[in-house]
Ligand binder design. Sequence first.
Ligand code: FE2
Length: 287
Amino acid sequence: MAQTADRIDRTEVIPYGPTFVAEIRGVDFTQPVGDAVARTIHRALMNYKVLFFRDAAMTPAQHVAFGKLFGELTVHPFVPHLDDFPEVTVLDNHKDNPVFSTDVWHSDETFRLDPPMGSILRCIRMPERGGDTLWADMAAAYAGLSDKMQKFLSGLEAVHDFANFRHKFDHLPIRERHERLAQMEEELPNPTHPVVTTHPATGQKILFVNPQFTLAIKDMREDESRALLDFLYVQAATPEYQFRFHWQPNSMVFWDNRGTQHYAANDYYPSHRTMQRVTIKQERAFS
Ligand SMILES: [Fe+2]
């Protein structure tokens, strides 16, 4: 495990593994984050895919401003957000609001034609025990396949859907439910993504199917598609490709959504866990 630290200004990048996960220290979030620091963080994100910060206390406005350093932010179509900051998605789970769908492996919002480049998640409230999040390095998962399997996957495409979020409308009267679903299907028509994508910044090949939003592999029989997807999900579940983070209030994780998947461990019900997230559409140009 690498233990070296690159020191640039006061920002330290402390890798946890050769190509996956680093801790970032030395960023002063009480002040606006400058461009040089943003570049250092972006470079670390390209190198390590998942970055975590301890003691990243900040207001929602600062969270939004930090996210905008890396690109335009999305507004999630289904998950609640702060009244004053529609870009800040709130994941608030407790006795009366059990976890919904975050305990399935996924990249965020692959039901979009252009899935976001990254997400920045902050911990507001943690249960006394549990509530970890896990990430998987999907470039490593791809690299671990045989040459024959890599060749077989090349050129395959999969259909994605907002899937479980359809149940968000279950409580509505049937007519209204159908209308809302039809409206969402129009706004979010099923996109097709390659099963293996090429990371636009690093050129790495990435396994880009997930059990949350991937419906099926195109032009295969249903049972063939199911068997292949199940095999690929097992591949991504290899411990060597994964990282598990234990949150505390004000810890923050910034992940590359194109090269990773994540899973929020649903092991704390009925305790209260609150997280806030901003999501970045496409990154700004970093020279
Ligand atoms: Fe997510």
